[in-house]
Design a protein around this ligand. Structure first.
Ligand SMILES: Nc1ncnc2c1ncn2[C@@H]1O[C@H](COP(=O)(O)OP(=O)(O)OP(=O)(O)O)[C@@H](O)[C@H]1O
Ligand SMILES: [Mg+2]
Length: 229
């Protein structure tokens, strides 16, 4: 009970210090090789070309500290225990959120992020079987209570994922099929949330891009994002 109230009160103090976030926050999610980066780049290029204030970021990464953490997380020669892995992802997230994401959202810009906290629920929660309530609490802290406005999840099976990856797998990609099946299931279950749009990642790049851009353009208009400059 005491722990609940402490958490609740610290949440209130974070919320009361928050500046208005009128920007648009879009995240791209799914298992390795599902097409996140391809689609995130396409959405970024289009919005940039149209003159909107938009940044493209990736997780883990996006700041000097977070990129160093990324190197540790993806190093296939390191043996990192699941709790340490979770905390490293959250540390990288707190840094990119504070330094890069919030300033853009507070100045009415658009943030496109290649992975965000749904990946932690899917990989460390469903994949590594860590406690999802605990992960949700860490996600709230590391995101400064920020929620993406729209999240695209590209669903592909393990075989498709494997066929699209680099030859040398990183530390996470070295995991077995059963792990990725759990992660995929996690993303599909998350897709019950209203902000999450589940797309069939096996469709061709252009068809998917049209689906993504239709949603993005509607959201940009809905948020009344002004052109840069
Ligand atoms: N819809 C698609 N159909 C066929 N090939 C695709 C599709 N989307 C992406 N690809 C190709 O699959 C490969 C992986 O795509 P991409 O890098 O976008 O995936 P990712 O989800 O970002 O992967 P990772 O999790 O490893 O970062 C690339 O060679 C890309 O061109
Ligand atoms: Mg990628």
């Amino acid at each position: 009970m005491a722990a609940f109230f402490c958490g609740y009160l610290s949440g209130i103090s974070v919320l009361s210090n928050m500046k208005k976030r009128n920007g648009l926050f879009i995240t791209f999610e799914g298992i390795d090789g599902c097409g996140k980066s391809t689609q995130a780049k396409k959405a970024f290029s289009l919005l940039k070309k149209e003159g909107y204030p938009v940044v493209l970021l990736r997780e883990p990464g996006g700041t000097p500290v977070s990129e160093k953490i990324r190197k540790i997380l993806l190093d296939r020669n390191l043996d990192i225990n699941p709790e340490a892995e979770l905390l490293l992802y959250e540390a990288a997230r707190a840094q990119i959120t504070a330094k890069k994401i919030l300033p853009v959202l507070e100045s009415n810009g658009i943030v496109i992020c290649d992975r965000y906290y749904d990946s932690t629920i899917a990989y460390q929660g469903y994949g590594r079987k860590l406690d999802i309530n605990f992960i949700n609490r860490l996600n709230r802290v590391a995101s400064y209570y920020t929620t993406p406005d729209i999240t695209f999840v590209f669903d592909v099976n393990y075989q498709t994922s494997l066929s699209r990856r680099n030859k040398t797998p990183d530390r996470l990609e070295k995991e077995k099929q059963a792990f990725f099946n759990r992660v995929r299931k996690g993303f599909k279950e998350l897709a019950g949330k209203r902000r999450i749009i589940l797309l069939n990642g096996k469709k061709d790049i252009e068809t998917l891009s049209e689906q993504v851009l239709t949603v993005v353009q509607k959201a940009v208009a809905g948020k009344k994002i002004k052109l840069a400059g």
